[in-house]
Design a protein around this ligand. Structure first.
Ligand SMILES: [Zn+2]
Length: 69
């Protein structure tokens, strides 16, 4: 699904997820990297996907969404 505004896809920041914060990452098209404004995590799509998958496997049973900052 194309979104346009934030990048090709919306990814959650894996580092923030580990702190139970649901934070969308922004996309830097010059560097082809995703970055997080909250914790300054930076990674390319592959890295973000890998970490997100890792996170889901590890914390499958505790999905907590926090939308207020
Ligand atoms: Zn983050």
């Amino acid at each position: 699904m194309a979104q346009g505004r934030k990048g090709k896809l919306n990814y959650r920041c894996p580092r923030c997820m580990m702190r139970e914060i649901d934070m969308d990452m922004l996309y830097d098209k010059d560097k082809d990297e995703y970055y997080c404004l909250r914790c300054s995590f930076v990674g390319n799509e592959k890295e973000v996907k890998r970490l997100n998958t890792q996170f889901r496997d590890k914390y499958r049973d505790r999905v907590i969404r926090i939308t207020e900052f």
